[in-house]
Design a protein around this ligand. Structure first.
Ligand code: HEC
Length: 312
């Protein structure tokens, strides 16, 4: 057996078997256990060290005992250790244990009495590998029965349903924080000076041609008053930016040009302009928009300085 697997392979095999078992047994969520828990790494390191030390010790003992052998014993040893895998005695023992087969020369002992027109029958033992597999199946069936039929554990269908439900929750959670997956349902008003400044840059680059630098309105409507044609508030404005205005009016859909995050910034910037009263504005169009989702504070009437309080 020792000769069959070289020492370095043996070390690697044992080490990875233990590593695998540890990763399987220790619940370390997204990261491997040996990274998450430094103690595990330490243990593995010591374990590897011991494995190598043990191999070296055995090797040394072997060499010493070999030196103590007489020449005759040495030649016997080299003969026996050169036999092939299937001829090795441990392999033969193993096969014998697994099959309990009778050597062919003793078959006569197994012969049953009857003789069907010259056809005879042997009374072989059931091979242990088969018998034990059969017992294992019975144990498995019992456990299965208790777990799934009596205790009502989830079957595959339930497991799938639960995982799908959890995935929906995870996606919603992810969308909240992933800026480029933001849509009009998840978008929130930005109030940080840096975000508004970024929004101003986008506005100056893309929007002033129609809405004027002060957003007082020209081709497009005045964006600083409290009347909106397409609805006010961050969500509606985001919607307008993504999908554009009414057909033929000139406000294009920006979803191909601007990223969701950029639309959020420019929409927040537009909202921050409310009440700035630019000179000669375009007359108000649309209707006063009231934020029905924030009943306590009337967003459409709130001053710019109050806009933080609109946010929950
Ligand atoms: C080609 C001219 C043009 C450009 C460029 C333009 N808009 Fe407009 N915008 C309009 C027009 C016209 C409307 C009115 C649409 C309607 O009545 O349906 C409008 C409507 C709007 C509205 C809705 C106003 C309301 O009362 O509901 C918002 C918000 C808006 N634009 C923001 C922007 C932003 C932000 C940009 C830059 C990213 C931009 N627009 C670029 C022409 C333009």
């Amino acid at each position: 057996m020792k000769k069959l697997i070289p020492a370095y392979l043996r070390v690697i095999l044992v080490f990875f078997a233990v590593l695998g078992a540890i990763e399987y047994l220790i619940d370390s969520e997204d990261r491997p256990a040996f990274i998450k828990f430094p103690m595990v790494s330490l243990f593995l390191f010591v374990f590897l060290f011991l494995l190598i030390a043990i191999e070296i010790t055995f090797k040394a003992v072997d060499t010493v005992t070999y030196q103590l052998l007489t020449d005759e014993q040495k030649s016997i040893l080299s003969e026996t250790s050169n036999v092939s895998f299937t001829e090795s005695s441990w392999y033969k023992d193993l096969m014998k244990k697994l099959t309990k087969s009778m050597p062919i020369e003793n078959e006569g002992q197994l012969l049953l009495d009857h003789d069907y027109d010259g056809i005879k029958e042997l009374d072989n033992n059931l091979p242990p590998w088969w018998v034990y597999s059969f017992y294992a199946c019975i144990v498995f069936a019992a456990v299965y029965l208790v777990r799934f039929e009596l205790m009502g554990s989830d079957n595959q269908e339930m497991e799938l349903k639960k995982e799908m439900a959890q995935a929906q929750i995870d996606i919603a959670e992810y969308k909240k924080t992933a800026p480029d997956l933001m849509d009009e349902k998840t978008v929130i008003l930005l109030t940080d000076a840096a975000d508004l400044a970024a929004g101003k840059v986008i506005f100056t680059t893309n929007c002033v041609a129609c809405h004027r630098a002060d957003a007082g309105g020209q081709i497009g409507p005045n964006l600083t008053d409290d009347k909106w044609i397409l609805g006010g508030g961050i969500k509606n404005i985001f919607h307008t930016l993504v999908n554009g205005g009414r057909d033929g009016k000139g406000m294009i859909a920006w979803k191909g040009t601007l990223k969701p995050k950029e639309m959020q910034e420019v929409a927040s910037y537009v909202l921050s302009l409310k009440g700035t009263n630019p000179k000669d504005p375009k007359p108000s169009e649309g209707e006063i928009w009231i934020d029905s989702t924030a009943p306590k504070v009337d967003a459409s009437v709130a001053e710019v300085s109050d806009s933080t309080s609109v946010k929950k």
